[in-house]
Ligand binder design. Structure first.
Ligand SMILES: [Zn+2]
Length: 606
């Protein structure tokens, strides 16, 4: 494949050499629903679904597909329309093959991939992971009823990050529908790579929205892939920890999760290098906590060896790659310093293993850069290196003054010294060495029961799930702590269980029963620094002492992840100064959900 580093070698749109291992036999299925760009969180909210529409427009203007042409794999799918009907009446499999061949043979500007408008996800699809109660609420809630339905914002939709914007449920049906369609396409063997940029919403929990994510399309997609594949690898390059996906599969060895993320006083606060799964899943969660300002060179000294080692050890049948673009340099919420080339290299590297792969989006808040990244990465999946000069497109004014397919690095310092990266690698490799090679799976378990129930992540299994003993013990322990303010008095074994099982607890409880009100949680702080909080004065005192403790622990407010490699401290539970950090903390004074949501023109948002 030509390298962008040398523009003279770029051979754009060369799709003729089907024997090129980088080009051939990668049938790419791309999922897109034009309606996704219609939804608005609220004016000033950093998450802008419009970026998906910008991406699609750039992709089509580069000639990778026709903007308004969709194949409709499910004719009954809402809004689906069949553009080319010569395949009508054919056997479904043959039909797909014919359509694909036509794409490839259509010539240099002949669309490099199949384009699908996904079937919308249904409530039944969603409740394979989420609780019925949560999805019912999501479907019914409106900006006007949100306060009453969420008990003043303390259940399901908490805080300002996840507002009940108009059309929130429909938005989720599109996002999740794309990932389900992509997974089904891979399962059917009808594509080697499937792309859904509207997906990748990795923070959503079983019964709670989090970090701009409502329905976890990734978990749903992985559950679908597990019907066919004994083992699925999840890789997350979003700047934030992929906590929702990690939690969902924290106790299974059938899904390995691997997240590269900024760590330390940063949302969601989880993702310590020592958090690596529990029970059967012990060792099957990999966390790579990084510091601010990481560059391409530093990033790939750890990304490539870790991914190569995981694939060698785990031997996944399918990969889900979350390409959150907030790890790019210049992102509004990020803090990393990756260029477009460095970000895309992750996709190129994963593609080189030639394992069925699903690509999903995720974060990304400087939207011109998001659309550039996902366009370039779509092309790479097709084996095409795009020219740097952007083609004319509807959103051209976003890309000035250079109009280039590039994201340049800034001159911020890289706070990831080589010794820190080496320490992380050493720790991760030691863990991977302990794992059995390509763990076997008792496929007989995949019976008539829904897969999520077999996996132990569906609520219906609670009666017959031995994990519930563990949950009950943890719950009791934590209640005890809350009552007597004593966290150090429990036995070592209980302490270990509680520390290890925190994400499990949050998953099963939906974070609700243990968090009856939105006051900061105080788990994890030693008893000597805590007071019983029976009065407002007590709370203040408690909060002050927690802050003092935090300062004493991490110096002048700067978290030092290296210190966590030295042992002796517990894995953190995501709390900073006793509070879970917000992805996006502030609602502008001008917030008006009703007025700002679902505005008609895509150009009304910038
Ligand atoms: Zn993110």
């Amino acid at each position: 494949m030509a390298s962008l580093a040398d523009p003279s070698k770029v051979q754009p749109m060369d799709v003729t050499n089907l024997n090129d291992p980088n080009r051939s036999n990668r049938r790419v299925a791309y999922y897109y629903d034009h309606d996704v760009g219609n939804y608005h969180f609220f004016l000033g909210h950093p998450m802008k679904p419009h970026r998906i529409r910008m991406t699609h427009n750039l992709i089509s203007n580069y000639g990778l597909c026709d903007e308004y042409e969709y194949d409709a794999p499910h004719p009954e799918g809402e809004g689906a329309r069949v553009v080319n009907d010569i395949t009508q009446g054919m056997d479904e499999e043959l039909e797909d093959a014919v359509k694909w061949e036509r794409r490839v043979l259509a010539g240099p500007r002949g669309r490099a991939m199949q384009v699908f408008r996904p079937r919308r996800a249904t409530k039944t699809d969603m409740t394979k992971f989420h609780t019925d109660e949560y999805i019912d609420l999501l479907e019914a809630v409106t900006p006007e009823t949100a306060d009453a339905m969420t008990g003043g914002g303390i259940r399901c939709l908490t805080g300002e990050d996840c507002p009940a914007f108009e059309g929130v449920f429909e938005f989720c049906t599109i996002s999740a529908g794309g990932s389900l369609g992509a997974a089904e396409k891979l399962n059917g063997g009808l594509a080697d790579i499937a792309v859904n940029w509207a997906g990748g919403l990795h923070h959503a929990k079983k019964s709670e929205a989090s970090g701009f994510c409502y329905v976890n399309d990734i978990v749903l997609g992985i559950l679908e892939l597990l019907r066919i594949h004994p083992r699925v690898l999840y890789i997350d390059v979003d700047v934030h920890h992929g906590d929702g996906v990690e939690e969902a599969f924290y106790t299974t060895d059938r899904v390995m999760t691997c997240s590269f993320h900024r760590f330390g006083e940063f949302f969601p606060g989880t993702g310590d290098v020592r958090d690596n799964g529990i029970k059967r899943g012990k060792g099957y969660a990999v966390n790579v906590p990084l510091r601010d300002g990481i560059t391409d060179a530093t990033y790939h000294t750890i990304f490539k060896p870790v991914i190569a080692k995981i694939i060698e050890t785990f031997r996944p049948g399918a990969i889900v790659l979350q390409m959150g673009a907030d790890s790019l340099s210049g992102d509004k919420l990020g803090g990393f310093n990756l260029t477009l080339e460095g970000h895309a290299e992750c996709a190129r590297f994963v593609r080189s293993f030639n394992i069925p792969t699903m690509l999903v989006g995720g974060g990304g808040y400087t939207i011109k850069n998001v659309s550039k990244a996902w366009t370039k990465e779509t092309a790479i999946m097709c084996g095409i290196e795009l020219p740097e000069d952007l083609p004319y497109n509807r959103y051209m004014e976003y890309f000035g003054p250079r109009y280039k397919l590039e994201v340049l690095p800034t001159n911020v310092d890289d706070h990831n010294p080589p010794e820190y990266i080496e320490a992380l690698k050493r720790h991760i490799f030691e863990n991977l060495r302990d794992l059995p090679h390509a763990p076997g799976v008792q496929m007989r378990e995949v019976s008539s029961k829904p897969l999520s129930r077999v996996m132990g992540i569906s609520k219906e299994d609670e009666d017959d799930d031995p994990d519930n003993d563990l949950d009950a013990r943890i719950k009791k322990l934590l209640r005890q702590r809350q009552m007597n303010g004593d966290v150090d008095s429990e036995s070592d074994s209980d302490s270990d269980v509680a520390a290890q099982a925190r994400p499990n607890r949050a998953r099963r409880q939906g974070g609700l029963s243990l968090r009856p009100n939105p006051r900061p949680r105080v788990n994890g702080f030693p008893a000597s620094k805590r007071q019983p909080s029976s009065s407002p004065e007590g709370d203040d005192c408690d909060g002050r002492k927690k802050r003092q403790f935090f300062k004493a622990r991490v110096g002048d407010g700067v978290w030092d992840p290296t210190s966590l490699l030295n042992g002796g401290q517990r894995p953190n539970d995501g709390l900073v100064n006793g509070v879970k950090p917000k992805l996006f903390g502030g609602i502008p004074e001008t917030w008006n959900v009703g007025r700002a949501s679902r505005a008609g023109s895509p150009m009304s948002v910038s």
